[in-house]
Each structure stands twice: as C-alpha cells, then as structure tokens.
Design a protein around this ligand. Structure first.
Ligand code: G6P
Length: 612
C-alpha cells in the first residue's frame, strides 16, 4: 500500500528513484512523485497515474545535467486513502517553508486535529491528505535538526506511518521512521537506499536493515544511525537479502501474473522442499519443532487472514478438521480483531499473509497474543512484520509476488497448510497409512500443477466464452467452496466482471434468481464424495439457461452437463484444491487479457494493505 523509495549517494538520484518506484508500483499506482535535494533547495515533481507519467515529466522538465547534480531524494507511489488521486494530493508533501519534503505510507488518524491547530496558526493546506499535516508539523518543529523535528512531530501523531523526509538545509541526509508500515534500509558502497519493500533495493545492494516499529533512522551515503522516539540508540542487524533481481522481473512473460502462475510448480516445490516425510506419513516443519508437543494439544485452531490468504485459511480449515481432527475455523482478520475473540492459552492462531504486512492480520495476531493464544505465522515475505512478531511459523518460499492478484502465494499457503495438517494429524489420531497416502499426494503437487499449465491454450479458449459477460458465478462444495470464492475473486479483481463465489447448495436460496440465459457458471466438480451433489446443482443452473463451465477430474463425471470442460488430474480431494485453483487463475487471466485489462495492477487495488 503506497511505495516509498529514497536514495542518498554519489549517483544521480532521479533515475534510481524512478526505477525503484517501478519496482514498487504494485503497491499503489494512483499517482507518484519525487523530491530531490538540489543545491540549497528542494525540487519536486508529481503526476497522476502510473510511474511512467512521472518519469516522462521528470525527463521533460529536468535536463540530465541538472539531474546529475541531485544525488539525494525521496519518492512515492500512492494508493489513495485521504483525498482523491490528484496531483495536489500526490506525495511528497512539503512544510510551510517548502524546505522540507516528506513521503508517507499509512494513515495519520488524528490529522484533523493537527490540521485544525496548524490552520489556526496560519497554515494554508495545499492538499486534502493526512500526510500534509505531518510534513507541516515537522516544519513547525524544525530548528536546524531534521531528526529532532521528525521525532517531535511523530510524538504528536496517532496512527500508522512509514516516512522518509529530507530538508534543503541538510543535504545528503534522509530521515526515516516507521510505526505500522514497513521500511527497509539498503546499505551499499558509498550509497544507501530506503524503501517500503526490499524489491526496490536489490538492483543496488543485498545488505539490508529492517526497521522496527518506533525506530527513527538518519541515513547518509556512508552511515545509518538508528534511535527510538526517546532518542535512545537502537542496534539493528544487517541482513543479507535472499532474492535475485530476476525474481522481480517479468522474464519474457506478458504479465507478472502469468509468470507467477507458471512459477507454481517451482514455488510449491520450494514450499515442500525438505518438509515431506512420506515413509512416516508426516511433515517436518522446523519452524514449529520447538512447539510440536504444545501444538498437537491445542483445543482449537483459528486461521486469520484477508483476501486470498483468508481463502487459503478456509481450505486449511477443512484440512485441519479432516486430517488433524482439531476444531478449526478461518476468520477474516479484521472481524476477529474487533469481535473480542474467545481465545486463550489452549488456542492456536495462525496468521496467514503473503506480504506479512497486512494491517488487519497483524492486529489480529497481536490481539490473539494479548489473550494468551499461541500464535504462528504463515508468511511469504522473509523478515516481514508478521514473520518477526510471531517469531515462529513457516515461510512459503514462493519468492517475490509482484502481481496484485495473488496466485503462487495461495497455492504455497494451501500446500503448507496441508503439511501442517499432516504433522498435527500424525501427532494425534491420523494413521500412518493415511498419512503416507496424503504425504505422497501432497508430494505430487508440482506435477499436478504442471499438468494444468499444459492446458493453458485450452483454458484460453474457454475464456472466450466469458469475455462479453458482466456477471459470473463460481460454485463449489467442501474444500472447493473457498476455491470457488478464490476463483471468483481472481476474475472480478482483474477482469472487472462481477463474479460471485457460492456454496453450490446455497445458490438456490436466492442467487439463482440472477441466472438468465447464457450467464456463465463455473462449477468445481472434481472427484470427491460430493461430486454428484455438485453436478445436480450444475443441472439446476443449466435448467435456467446458464452456460456451465465445469472443472472436472480427467476421466471423471461432469462433462455431460457442461458447455465447456476444463480437466484437472485425478488426486485426493483436499490436494485437488491446488490444481483447481491454478485452472481458475488461468481462466481469470485469459478473460482479463481478452478484455484488455491492466492485469498486474487492477484499478483501485494495492498489493499490500497496511491500513485498516
Ligand atoms: C490485498 C491484496 C490481496 C491479498 C490481501 C491480503 O488486498 O490485493 O491479493 O490477498 O491484500 O494480503 P496478504 O499479504 O496479507 O496475503
């Protein structure tokens, strides 16, 4: 949610900042801007729309010679919270003297109070943003020491922030601070970068410092000094980044989403690597080994997450109850947090998050921790806040996911949840034989995904039948119910077709009224104990003239009722959730492509939502 990048060093800052913004664009893309230190002043450029608009503006307005003289600056790509995506609302925001510039991720909750006080002092605001209240407040406190002014301003602020600030009077210095929004500092050779996400840094350095909440850092070309808001020095380790530049590039694919869909045999293989113990019918999860005994004794498990991660948790819910025989529930993280959840020391709460930064998921695990529950994380981004705050858990090892619509994170999450269910199950009542069978089936996942990917062209053909519709339904039962929700989510977020995921049995309790001739209904009818029931539901839709797109098991039932058929390989019904999801990802992708949609950056969305 919004991207921040900053640079201080010896090279021209503008091209580095713009390249960094391009890498972060998936976090927000309503508008973008940058501010550079130029001699004893600050110059800014801002533009509505994608980073390319800002890049054009910078190229037209500032000559290369001029840019070469500016070797420090900050930049931002925005996902609007307060105020429409206009140039006036784009970051950076300045203080009243126009000698301090600030970029911000998060929300300043008491900004109206601050704004009213500043207006009473004569400030005239240029924007509708919460951020401008903060930039002006920093200016109010400024007496020649930017770090001190930032600390004084932040002491008055309620809410979440990751900020980067520069002053015309302190060249070669960026002050950054975080509370609730991630920030990472890249330590290079005679240069430093700051960013809200490590993918903006990897072209320059692999040595990074993750800031913690409450940290304030002064960053120059050769130094990083970190304190807390009380001025006490803080020691933070320098970590080595494990990702390669290629991992954040498209590598010949038309879109990141397609690349990430096709990466899934490998990303799921990485999620499973070294973790399956087929002979003993169990899984080896080193991140949980210290608490293995406690885990199997839990009375109840709650999965918390948002969006696609919530859907993965809902699949996990089925797997945990079926395989581990522990009462399990998946809850939307914001709901969990605000409903006074009934958890205590006998509960396990699993925070599921690709980014590890989603505000509601983070708040939910904090609430669970406060109530004494055991909390673990299921996270993709190494070093992210949820990973660090849970302290124990399992990484997905899916690599960077750039497309806003999540794909490989979902399949990685489901794969790991299946491993967890297996491990817990074997610590309880699951027989070695069923454990061995499931372990072997889970081990087939990369191959099962590959077989779905081989049908890419056939699925693209099926997609042609959906392109001209404005409504669609996805129906599933059992563990395929959350996959139906996920399939509908994929379609709506990237193709803008209104798609509803429904429990197949629930359709006739209302939504069936919406079926008119030709409306596409995607029916998830793989081999399972409820295949016949699902197919009966498909018949009910067909009888109302719907166009049935059935995703069935190769050689299995279901083709007769369908106008279009997509096949997934035969496998255990829990394991089948993964190849099923891959088929639906491809379907959504091709529909969106045929409709000419942006795909990697759908309107109004952001990759990581760090506000409530
Ligand atoms: C945003 C993204 C979704 C994602 C959700 C949860 O809404 O657009 O794709 O599923 O956040 O993100 P997380 O990083 O916690 O999995």
């Amino acid at each position: 949610m919004c991207g921040i990048v900053g640079y201080v060093g010896r090279s021209p800052a503008a091209p580095i900042l713009i390249a960094g913004l391009r890498r972060l664009e998936y976090r927000g893309y309503d508008s973008a801007g940058l501010a550079l230190q130029e001699g004893a002043s600050i110059v800014t450029a801002r533009a509505v729309g994608k980073v390319v608009r800002l890049a054009d503006k910078v190229r037209l307005e500032w000559s290369e010679v001029r840019q070469a003289q500016c070797t420090a600056g900050i930049a931002h790509t925005r996902w609007a919270t307060h105020g429409a995506p206009t140039e006036a609302n784009a970051h950076p925001h300045m203080d009243a003297s126009r000698r301090i510039a600030l970029v911000h991720n998060g929300i300043i909750e008491n900004y109206r109070v601050i704004r009213t006080k500043l207006e009473a002092k004569g400030h005239r605001f240029d924007s509708e943003t919460d951020t401008e209240a903060l930039s002006r407040l920093v200016g109010e406190f400024y007496r020649g020491d930017l770090r001190k002014a930032v600390i004084q301003a932040l002491r008055q602020v309620e809410g979440a922030y990751g900020i980067a600030v520069i002053s015309a009077d302190e060249p070669g210095k960026i002050v950054v601070a975080r509370k609730g929004s991630p920030l990472v500092i890249g330590v290079g050779d005679g240069e430093c970068l700051v960013a809200s996400d490590a993918s903006a840094l990897i072209a320059h350095t692999r040595r990074v410092i993750y800031l913690d909440d409450g940290d304030v850092a002064v960053v120059t070309a050769d130094s990083v000094d970190i304190t807390d808001l009380n001025d006490s020095p803080m020691d933070r380790d320098v970590a080595e980044l494990g990702i390669e530049v290629g991992a954040v590039e498209k590598g010949g694919f038309e879109h990141f989403m397609l690349k990430e869909i096709f990466e899934q045999p490998e990303s799921v293989r990485n999620a499973l690597r070294g973790r399956l113990d087929v002979p003993n019918g169990t899984a080896v999860l080193s991140g949980l080994s210290s608490s293995a005994r406690e885990l199997v004794e839990m009375q109840r498990i709650t999965m918390v997450g948002c969006g696609t991660s919530l859907h993965a948790g809902m699949v996990g819910d089925f797997a945990f109850e079926d395989v581990a025989e522990i009462p399990t529930e998946a809850q939307q993280a914001a709901e969990f947090r605000y409903r006074n959840p009934l958890v205590d020391g006998r509960d396990l709460v699993i925070g599921i998050s690709q980014s590890g930064e989603t505000a509601d998921t983070l708040a939910a695990i904090r609430e669970a921790k406060d109530k004494g529950a055991m909390v673990i994380g299921l996270v993709n981004v190494v070093g992210s806040t949820i990973a660090r705050e849970t302290g124990r858990g399992v990484y997905l090892h899916a690599g960077p996911e750039i497309s806003v619509a999540s794909t490989k994170a979902f399949t990685g999450q489901v794969a790991v949840l299946l491993l967890m269910a297996l491990k817990l199950g074997r610590g309880r009542r699951l027989s070695r034989e069923r454990g061995q069978f499931l372990a072997a089936e889970i081990g087939r996942l990369p191959e099962l995904i590959e077989r779905v990917l081989l049908q890419n062209d056939a699925i693209a053909k099926v997609a042609e039948g959906l392109v001209r519709h404005e409504h669609a339904f996805f129906l599933g039962r059992g563990p395929m119910y959350p996959v139906a929700l996920e399939g509908a989510l994929k379609l709506k977020e990237i193709s803008y077709i209104h798609a509803e995921g429904y429990h197949a049995a629930e359709l006739k309790h209302g939504p069936i009224a919406l079926l008119t001739p030709g409306v596409p209904v995607v029916v998830l009818a793989n081999r399972s104990p409820v295949t016949d029931k699902v197919l009966s539901n498909a018949e009910e839709c067909k009888a109302r003239g719907a166009r049935i797109i059935a995703v069935i098991t190769e050689g299995g039932a279901g083709a007769a009722v369908a106008d279009d058929v997509i096949c997934i390989p035969d496998c255990d019904p829990l394991v089948a959730t993964v190849p099923m999801a891959v088929a639906l990802q491809l379907l959504a992708y091709h529909v969106a492509r045929l409709r000419g949609c942006g795909i990697d950056q759908p309107r109004n969305l952001a990759k990581s939502v760090t506000v409530e």
